[in-house]
Design a protein around this ligand. Structure first.
Ligand code: GRF
Length: 206
C-alpha cells in the first residue's frame, strides 16, 4: 500500500482525480494519508475534508525559521505514515531535507512536455501562453520525480495533445488538464504496483 501525502495550493482537481480513481476502483494499492496546503482557503483542503481525509494547513509564515517549518512538515508526514508524496498544484518549494528523505518517492504533475516549458515561473496559464507563443504543435502533461532542481527530475509519464491554430491558453489548458487527470493516477498505479525502477536520473517502467 502506498500511503500518499498530497501537497497542493489550489483548487485540487488533480487530487480529486486521484480520489475518484481510488473510489471507482480504477486505482488500488494507494491510500491518501494526508493533504497538506500552504493556503488555508485552498479547494484541495475542502475536497479532502468532504472525503474525511486529514487536511492540514501549514505555512512557512507560521514558523520562526525554515528549520522549524521543515521539522513541522516532517512531523506531519510521519504522524500520518506517509511513505510517498504527490505535488498536485503545489506552489511552494519542498525543503531539500524532505526531498532527500523521500528520494525517488515524490512526484509532481506539470502542465507541459518537460523539459520544455518548465522551471521557475512556469506555472498555470503562463505555461500555455508560452507554448502558444512559441508556436508549438504539441503540448501535454508530465509526471516527473521531484529533486532539488525545479521541474528537472526524471520523467515518469508524459502524454501529449495537439495544439490547434485557434487554441487560446484557456482552451489548451483545459485539454492539458484532462490529460493531467489521466496520467497522475496512472503514474501512482505504476508506483503502487512496483513497476517503477529509478536508475540514476532515468526512470524505467517495467
Ligand atoms: C495543474 O495544472 C498542475 O499541472 C499544476 O498546477 C495545476 C493544479 O491544478 N502543477 P489543480 O489544483 O490540481 O486543479
Amino acid at each position: 500500500m502506498l500511503n500518499v501525502a498530497v501537497f497542493g495550493s489550489g483548487r485540487g482537481s488533480n487530487f480529486a482525480a486521484i480520489v475518484n480513481a481510488i473510489e471507482d476502483r480504477r486505482l488500488s494499492g494507494v491510500r491518501i494519508a494526508v493533504v497538506i496546503s500552504n493556503n488555508s482557503g485552498a479547494g484541495i483542503l475542502e475536497i479532502a475534508r468532504t472525503r474525511q481525509i486529514p487536511a492540514v494547513h501549514i505555512s512557512q509564515k507560521q514558523y520562526a525559521d525554515g528549520v522549524q517549518y521543515h521539522a513541522a512538515l516532517l512531523r506531519i508526514l510521519e504522524e500520518h505514515g506517509a511513505d510517498f508524496i504527490v505535488l498536485a498544484g503545489y506552489m511552494k518549494r519542498v525543503p531539500d531535507g524532505i526531498i532527500q528523505r523521500y528520494r525517488n518517492r515524490i512526484i509532481n504533475i506539470h502542465p507541459a512536455l518537460l523539459p520544455k516549458f518548465g522551471g521557475a515561473g512556469m506555472y498555470g496559464m503562463r505555461v500555455h501562453e508560452a507554448v502558444i507563443e512559441a508556436g508549438e504543435k504539441y503540448s501535454g502533461a508530465t509526471v516527473h520525480l521531484v529533486d532539488e532542481e525545479y521541474d528537472r527530475g526524471a520523467i515518469v509519464l508524459q502524454k501529449r495533445v495537439a495544439v490547434t491554430s485557434n487554441d487560446t491558453p484557456e482552451s489548451l489548458a483545459a485539454r492539458v488538464l484532462a490529460i493531467e487527470h489521466e496520467i497522475l493516477p496512472s503514474a501512482l498505479r505504476l508506483f503502487a504496483e512496483g513497476k517503477i525502477v529509478v536508475n540514476g536520473n532515468a526512470v524505467v517502467v517495467h
